[in-house]
Design a protein around this ligand. Sequence first.
Ligand SMILES: Cc1ncc(COP(=O)(O)O)c(C=O)c1O
Length: 375
Amino acid sequence: MTTAQTSCCDLNTTKRAYNFSAGPGAVPEDVIRQTQKDLWDLFGSGIGILEHSHRGKEFDRVLEEAEADCRQVGNIPDNYRVLFLQGGATTQCYQIPMAFLAEDATADYIYTGKWSGDSKNEAARYGHVHVAGSSEATGFDRIPDDSDISYSDSPTYVHFTSNNTIMGTEWHRTPPKAPGDAWFVCDASSDIFSRPIDVTQFGLIYAGGQKNLGPAGTVLVIVRDDILERQVRDLPWMLDYSLQAKKQSRFNTPPTFGIYLMGQTFKWIQRQGGLKEIQKINEAKAKVLYDAIDSCDFYKPHARVKDRSLMNVTFKTPSPELDAKFLAEAETHNLKTLKGHRSVGGMRASMYNAFPHEGAVALAEFMKDFAAKNG
Ligand SMILES: Cc1ncc(COP(=O)(O)O)c(C=O)c1O
């Protein structure tokens, strides 16, 4: 039997940076502290979460609570399954069309950046793809207006990405109603549970964990029961949604730690007062940065104003040289991982649910100062 001899680090005094990473991103500090305890000993069992069997009663409890808390947070109706799968959001890019898109059928994709682009390209392996709307012509600086979206006659489903992590654009509405009995598939990887969500508008929602839910690798899938019956291919076990649903995401050894950490994150959201409160917090944080951008001519935002993301704020200074200087100086102010994606350049400040308001204020102050000295 072992007892803790020394503590590896003091979580109360270690200096933490303001981490603007686009993902994996900031995790709530409460969650990190609880996890540290549960890594050592879960529920007083004398065994840590990493060491528990996925068939034992402790993990039964972790899984049951994670699902129940997810349902409570997202107000998910009983006719939807909550699955914790593997392979990240990228696996969903092909798993969805493999499961649901017949060879002679069409799926519609709204193309708003890299992630929706990857999804449509993967879908083309399995059936026909119709690009129902695109913002490619304007460098993905926007979400297409309803008038620029045109669906095919009878798509199986319509796929869109609710928040474009790289571009810093976000849907602040649902796309126009899909034709016939087509259902919406939403890649919500970078804005899941950042605001209230009406799950009933979707057939399937998926989100990689590493932005608003905690761990990379694990993916949350919320899927309506009747969709599960529409699989068009004989699928490998691991890719069979209905089998995963029947086995409560435990067909094989599931990502136990990822599910645990998502569960802790759902509990943290509940402690913040749920998604309505989380939305207010996120709106306030984003406003601090957009105000800093709009208050002078120095910064050039990437996204069209009405489509601005609450999660990823993208902007540039007047030149690539000043962008580099901005990033280097920001680091020395403890403002880290602000470099924009290589396809956009400039800066990207990602502020998921766990990112603190003070970090947005610190960056805004730095931005004002930097513009005054370099403008
Ligand atoms: C919107 C969106 N979709 C999909 C992905 C891919 O996620 P993963 O790396 O978990 O496969 C990302 C990753 O950042 C993303 O931001």
